[in-house]
Design a protein around this ligand. Structure first.
Ligand SMILES: *Cc1c(COP(=O)(O)O)cnc(C)c1O
Length: 357
């Protein structure tokens, strides 16, 4: 059997969402974040669709190479930069930009000259992941400026921890720390991820860095993506393989976790954790069968998942099952499964067929 499960990526939705970002941050250049294979949508598909973006952000040098192989010449920023002088040379040969977040990288830049590489100096304003402490930013900037083989336009950047919570005070604090740490330093600035683009206009500066919003995912706590005019870029869909009449009081699937409350039809869909659908999605997780809401019952297994079809007793093998996408936001499924939309799209496995529309 050919498995009927597909991830359809809507390139028009990607372009539409890029347009929404430009309207929201009209004075900023847009660096489209395409790390993790374009948030699981397929790096090449996403980059080709978003070729009008002003730059691309990736997490690995290999991804930068894949973007250059498409013939695109915009800035490509490698978010964690380089871990050796060999990697630094590779970034230079790709004309990629590098985040510089650590003293070890400054030392390599000071030792290994070469054609100028543009550096994004990352300042840790409170997230405490990557970056120089605010009080170390000035000295790091001076060392970068003095190093040979560093392009003149050093970009000053930081990343927010809680910009998805518009009411939380942390983003304002991070903005203040950044302003103080960089006051008077020359160069362009970049702070905003998707949520900050939507909710913190004071953070837009020279470059914005949207990720999730480009894919039409919810990026603001408690608000669907549609509330901001964003469109889902992926439909994850499969079909029913069987519809079985199961008697009342029987138990469904591994572990016998769900008991039929009455005689009822149970659909079996060709989707499982082997496709990247979350095994921890509990009974009650929503799907659409023939466009009509239905719910998972029992455990998700490797290749199959079972669905309560009492609302659709006439459903038949071959009928379409939408797992997430247009009409069923991925964030709704993520909430049911106790995770976030990003993890779901990033988890789709290689046996799923990707289709570009
Ligand atoms: C992933 C990432 C972004 C994009 O974040 P979203 O919340 O998906 O918009 C921006 N900046 C950095 C440094 C990132 O790692």
């Amino acid at each position: 059997m050919t498995r009927p499960i597909t991830a359809t990526v809507h390139t028009d939705a990607l372009r539409h969402n890029l347009g929404v970002m430009r309207v929201r941050a009209p004075g900023s250049r847009v660096m489209a974040m395409v790390k993790a294979d374009g948030y699981g949508h397929g790096l090449e598909t996403v980059v080709r669709a978003l070729r009008d973006a002003d730059g691309f952000g990736v997490a690995s040098i290999d991804d930068a190479e894949r973007i250059r192989a498409l013939g695109l010449e915009q800035p490509v920023l490698v978010l964690s930069g380089f871990a050796s002088v060999e990697e630094l040379a590779r970034l230079r040969s790709l004309a990629a930009d590098s985040v510089v977040h650590h003293d070890a990288q400054l030392q390599m830049l000071e030792q290994a000259g070469g054609p100028p590489i543009r550096c994004w100096l990352k300042i840790d304003t409170g997230m405490h992941r990557l970056g120089f402490a605010p009080e170390a930013a000035r000295q790091a900037h001076a060392r970068l400026s003095a190093a040979g083989g560093v392009a003149d336009d050093i970009v000053l950047m930081t990343h927010f921890a809680s910009s998805d919570e518009f009411e939380a005070p942390q983003t304002r604090q991070q903005l203040e720390v950044f302003a103080e740490a960089t006051a008077g330093l020359p160069g362009t600035r970049s702070l905003a991820n998707s949520a900050a683009i939507l909710g913190w206009p004071g953070s837009h500066a020279d470059w914005v860095r949207p990720g999730g919003a480009l894919y039409g995912m919810s990026v603001v706590a408690g608000k669907p993506a549609a509330a901001f005019g964003l469109r889902p870029a992926m439909d994850f869909a499969t079909r029913l393989l069987a519809v079985n009449r199961i008697r009342r009081g029987e138990r469904i699937g591994y572990g016998a976790t769900w008991e039929t409350p009455e005689d009822m039809p149970v659909g079996v869909a060709a989707v499982g954790y082997g496709d990247g659908y979350p095994r921890h999605a509990p009974s009650g997780t929503p799907v659409l069968v023939n466009g009509v809401p239905a719910q998972l019952v029992g455990r998700v297994s490797m290749d199959l998942a079972t669905i309560d079809l009492r609302a659709q007793p006439d459903a038949r093998p071959g009928d379409p099952v939408l797992l997430w996408g247009e009409g069923l936001p991925v964030e709704t499924v993520a909430a049911a499964a106790g995770t976030i939309a990003y993890e779901l799209t990033c988890s789709i496995t290689r046996r799923v067929r990707f289709v570009e529309r």
